[in-house]
Design a protein around this ligand. Structure first.
Ligand code: 3PG
Ligand code: MG
Length: 402
């Protein structure tokens, strides 16, 4: 069976076409985190889109229209989510002037007078009613704005929206941008042509959100390292009483199945042997490191303990490919961040091909100061998860094939 990743790798990319003199519309993912004053706290996604934009500039596209969403606005214009917040940063990074346009009519008129190096930034595409509905008339309107449609919004490629999906039914030429291709190449290296042994490290709070991942990826991996709150459910499945810790009781049976499936497939499982536990998550007074069999009454496991770190780091040291999705604890709180940050350092220092997927995990790696030492940090959270789950992402589905 041809894998989803191989299928997606067969799409045409910008390199396969000629953009000279063409009007190019690029769907990018500029959905970046911002603080209360609209300062961008992490511009990785904007930087990741630059190679595609620069390529179109360098190859004399007649005009470039950038289309993105920001946040999840529900009813049209919302000041919090205007793309004006990112215009300056984009101009600085591109070292080019950007023309901000908030409606399709003006864009159409301006685009008719295209000349080399005109770059338009359309207002948040989710302010337009047709976007989330993937409305065919809206898809057609977007497609009419360009000769070439480039999808480079990997982070949004799991959405069937007008600008990520439906537009490809109407665009004459539709190809993937360089970020999309880089993401696919990285995941191909990790999952299709891995240097074994290959370890999957999963964390985060819910087994329920990762269950498809765990079952579908099992045949491809050698080791499964489970931390974060989701490990509590597995520990409960093994008979441990996790006391006040977050456990998904409805998924204890599923966890048991995953454990026996791993056994049947020869996948080695690593679970915490000790945890950092606290009397209160919001207002911790008492914080204790305890073996998993000794969690105190009323205590919540909130991070992996030092013995677990040692166990996990040994498993990592002996792996040649590492895929990481999900933090080991409540890393946003400094008292409970050690497990996640130290694990980030272990993976960063290893000689393995290391790939991080998931917004939280990428954020944790950045906060740990280890970002540059990873082989690849995916710009997609939900998208990378669906990729690992074996799905063909809608953003690739309708693009031209080689
Ligand atoms: C993301 O950050 O997850 C992507 O930009 C997609 O956004 P969405 O989850 O609001 O569709
Ligand atoms: Mg999301």
């Amino acid at each position: 069976m041809i894998s989803n990743i191989v299928t997606m790798g067969g799409v045409k990319s910008l390199r396969d076409i000629d953009v000279t003199g063409k009007k190019v519309l690029i769907r990018v993912d500029f959905n970046v985190p911002m603080d209360g004053q609209y300062n961008i706290s992490d511009d990785s996604r904007i930087r990741a889109a630059l190679p595609t934009i620069n390529y179109c500039i360098d190859h004399n596209a007649c005009s470039i229209t950038l289309v993105s969403h920001l946040g999840q606005p529900k009813n049209g214009y919302d000041e919090r989510f205007t793309l004006r917040h990112i215009q300056k940063r984009l101009e600085r990074l591109l070292e080019k002037k950007i023309e901000f346009i908030d409606n399709l009519e003006t864009l159409k008129v301006e685009n008719a007078h295209c000349s080399i190096e005109r770059i338009f930034l359309l207002e948040n595409i989710r302010f337009f009613e047709g976007e989330k509905k993937n409305d065919p008339a809206f898809c057609q309107q977007l497609a009419d704005l360009c000769d070439v449609y480039v999808n480079d919004a990997f982070g949004t490629s799991h959405r069937k929206d007008a600008s990520t999906y439906g537009i490809a039914d109407f665009a004459k030429i539709k190809v993937a941008g360089f970020l999309m291709m880089r993401e696919i190449e990285a995941f191909t290296k990790a999952l299709e042509k891995p240097i074994r042994p290959i370890a999957l490290v999963v964390g985060g709070s819910k087994v329920s959100s990762k269950i498809t991942l765990l079952t579908s990826v099992m045949p491809k991996i050698d080791k499964l390292i489970i931390g974060g709150a989701m490990s509590n459910t597995f520990l409960k499945a093994l008979g441990y009483d996790m006391k006040a810790s977050l456990v998904e009781d409805d998924f204890v049976e599923v966890a048991k199945e995953v454990l026996s499936e791993a056994k049947a497939k020869g996948v080695k499982i690593y679970l915490p042997v000790d945890v950092v536990a606290t009397d209160s998550i919001e207002h911790p007074v008492d914080i204790k490191i305890t073996p998993v069999q000794d969690v105190l009454e009323g205590f919540h496991a909130v991070d992996i303990g030092p013995a677990t770190l040692k166990l996990f780091s040994e498993a990592i040291e002996l792996s040649n490919t590492i895929i990481w999705n999900g933090p080991m604890g409540i890393y946003e709180m400094s008292q409970f961040s050690k497990g996640t940050f130290k694990l980030a350092s272990f993976i960063a220092e290893s000689y393995a091909f290391s790939i991080v997927g998931g917004g939280d995990t990428a954020d944790a790696v950045e906060k740990a100061g280890e970002k540059d030492k990873f082989s690849f940090i995916s710009t997609g959270g939900g998208a990378s998860l669906e990729l690992l789950e074996g799905k063909v992402l809608p953003g690739f589905e309708k693009l031209d094939r080689k």
